[in-house]
Design a protein around this ligand. Structure first.
Ligand SMILES: C[S@@+](CC[C@H](N)C(=O)[O-])C[C@H]1O[C@@H](n2cnc3c(N)ncnc32)[C@H](O)[C@@H]1O
Length: 303
């Protein structure tokens, strides 16, 4: 590792040096410059976005850095670039929330591979989970992987102190072969990047007396145990058949005012899920809000 000392560099110079190192593929050096940039501009969005870009990089990342640079060339843009989203002239609530930023950084290592700067998605999840606290019922996550989203939310919300349960379901083996959508036949367990197990996730939540991890296939797994009354569901199963099966099984248990967040609603890779879910809700005269994060947000109307 090179030992480089730079004195009196401006933030612009630090960003330029970091970006050059990043594009050259020297992530360690890029992190060093971005770290100095973050210290020079505490609380600023640009250094945070750059630091996130260096984590678990993929082939798209250098192009996305160019998107960030281009947006930053617009005066006052306050640009943010994450996986599947770029915003400018927006005031991201998370940027001013030290607890949010600390937990998001801490939990990033257990997100599915390719996911970086997931802050807007986590912000939607956090507001939805907070909203549902006023609604009677338990919390549910369908499709857990290593527990990234629920860990972030449970830590932020201090869920251990809540008088309700959070039920987490996963096959821990990827999408079952007979549920894979056309064109997504490769959705095995390895598609998420790293190996993951039921035991690992169970242990991750062991300190929470009110979070249960259940291994099995949605919707059949609900026979092993499931809540009678629900306030909040995060649906992230990466296939239409299981997500529709979950709606059929759980919708009537969702309290009025209860919230569902679909992780994959508007992603271009997940159009089969979108079509099936739109049809399911439209048949009942209901509406899911499509969000630019790729998520879909549903709030159950009063009975
Ligand atoms: C994108 S990952 C979930 C990511 C997770 N929500 C997070 O916050 O990191 C999708 C997960 O759905 C699981 N899955 C897919 N089909 C399933 C089914 N029918 N039943 C249970 N789990 C399933 C996969 O094993 C995978 O772990």
């Amino acid at each position: 590792m090179a030992d480089i000392t730079i004195k009196d560099a401006t933030p612009e110079q630090l960003a330029m040096l970091g970006d050059a190192a990043f594009k050259a593929g020297n992530l360690g050096l890029a992190r060093g410059f971005y770290g100095a940039l973050a210290r020079a501009q505490p609380g600023a969005v640009g250094p945070m976005v750059r630091q996130g870009m260096t984590h678990r990089p993929n082939a798209r990342r250098p192009k996305l850095l160019e998107v960030l640079q281009l947006l930053e060339s617009v005066p006052g843009a306050q640009a943010f670039v994450g996986e599947g989203i770029a915003t400018w002239f927006k005031n991201p609530p998370f940027a001013a929330d030290a607890k949010f930023m600390t937990l998001a950084a801490q939990d990033e290592a257990i997100a599915p591979s390719g996911v970086f700067n997931w802050h807007w998605n986590l912000q939607v999840m956090l507001n939805a989970a907070q909203q549902a606290k006023a609604i009677p019922g338990d919390y549910v996550e369908l499709g857990v992987y290593k527990g990234h989203t629920t860990k972030f939310l449970a830590d932020y919300l201090d869920f251990a102190t809540w008088d309700r349960n959070w039920w987490l379901y996963d096959t821990f083996e990827g999408v079952p072969a007979d549920q894979r959508d056309p064109g997504r036949e490769g959705m095995t367990a390895t598609v998420y990047g790293e190996s993951f197990t039921f035991e690992e996730v169970r242990d991750r939540f062991a300190t929470y007396g009110n979070i249960r991890v259940i291994k099995g296939r949605v919707p059949d797994v609900f026979a092993q145990g499931s809540p009678g009354r629900i306030a909040f569901i995060h649906i992230d199963l990466n296939n239409a058949a299981a997500e529709i099966g979950a709606l059929d099984a759980l919708y009537d248990r969702l309290s009025p005012g209860g919230v569902i967040v679909f992780d994959d609603f508007c992603w271009s890779t997940s159009h089969a899920q979108y079509r099936a879910e739109m049809a399911w809700f439209q048949a009942r005269g209901l509406n899911v809000f499509p969000l630019p994060t790729g998520q879909g947000l549903f709030i159950k109307p009063p009975a």
